[in-house]
Design a protein around this ligand. Structure first.
Ligand code: SAM
Length: 269
């Protein structure tokens, strides 16, 4: 009984938004109808005092992206007055959070397997009264924006791409100061245990180090991963940071929320 009560209370706080307000009728009914029309929603978050985007928890679950947000927050630089770009923003939860935290300008872009993402995100921003721009744009075309952002979020996208390094170079071109990247990985023990760089500099095709578990390694997925046909690559954590370095990022802090993913904060200096 106590557990059930606790889980009901929790459900109500997943994805809570500071900007959510009680909506008068008939506005509330209109918002609820549009919310249903625009479904399914990948992110579950609060749109109004008593309206959530995905309370039933289809897809990644009712507690997503709430639990990931808790980890991302620990890596966030100060965002007050900063510019933020959210690449692969889906229905916009992280972009909207950045605005609530005081970012001066936020742009979310998406162009992938979630065709309604931008429409959902715009509707959410409008309902919450948050001034955030959302645009349909592929990560490969980021240079078209023609400017840099203090902070770039690039979460849950890398392994969906057929050209991950090309994408990371495009992300680097618009990243002025800091990047937060999230990706799935092969199983790890929640720590980054790298081979020293001197050894990595002089690897030969016959070097035993090449076969070490700690060597940067990327698995290719031909077919589907957990029934998802949009996934192509699974890096180990060492590959994530070495690929980032090769794209001129400086990884400086990592967290490992689960044994098969990581979130990395990088600087550009
Ligand atoms: C797993 S979701 C992650 C969403 C969000 N960033 C998060 O962390 O919850 C991946 C998102 O990336 C988008 N996406 C896939 N390929 C893309 C591309 N080439 N350019 C921009 N977005 C892309 C998808 O449409 C989808 O919204």
């Amino acid at each position: 009984m106590f557990d059930r009560l606790k889980s009901l209370i929790h459900k109500r706080t997943y994805g809570a938004m500071r900007s959510a307000r009680r909506l008068p009728d008939p506005r509330r009914g209109q918002v609820e109808q549009k919310l249903t029309e625009l479904g399914p929603w990948f992110h579950n978050f609060q749109l109004a005092a008593d309206l959530w985007t995905n309370p039933g928890g289809s897809g990644p679950g009712a507690d997503y992206p709430d639990w990931r947000w808790r980890h991302v927050r620990t890596l966030l630089p100060g965002v007050v007055g900063k510019t933020v770009l959210d690449v692969g923003c889906s229905s916009g939860f992280f972009s909207l959070k950045m605005k609530e935290l005081g970012a001066a300008y936020v742009l979310g872009v998406d162009a992938g397997e979630q065709p309604k993402a931008i429409e959902q995100a715009r509707f959410a921003a409008d309902t919450l009264g948050l001034d955030v721009d959302f645009r349909t744009l592929s990560v490969y075309d980021l240079r078209e924006i023609g400017r840099q952002f203090d902070l770039v979020l690039f979460m849950g996208v890398l392994y969906h791409l057929r050209h991950p390094l090309v994408a990371l170079e495009a992300v680097r071109s618009v990243c002025g100061d800091a990047l937060i990247l999230q990706t799935i990985t092969t199983p790890h023990d929640r720590a980054l245990n790298e081979i020293d760089s001197a050894t990595l500099q002089k690897v030969g095709l016959r070097s035993p180090v090449l076969m070490e578990d700690r060597f940067p390694t990327v698995r290719f997925v031909e077919g589907a991963l957990d029934n998802d046909v949009t996934c192509w690559f699974i890096p180990n954590p060492q590959a994530v940071v070495s690929i980032l370095r090769s794209c001129s990022f400086r990884p400086n802090q990592s967290v490992f929320p689960t044994p098969h993913e990581m979130i990395v904060r990088c600087s550009t200096q």
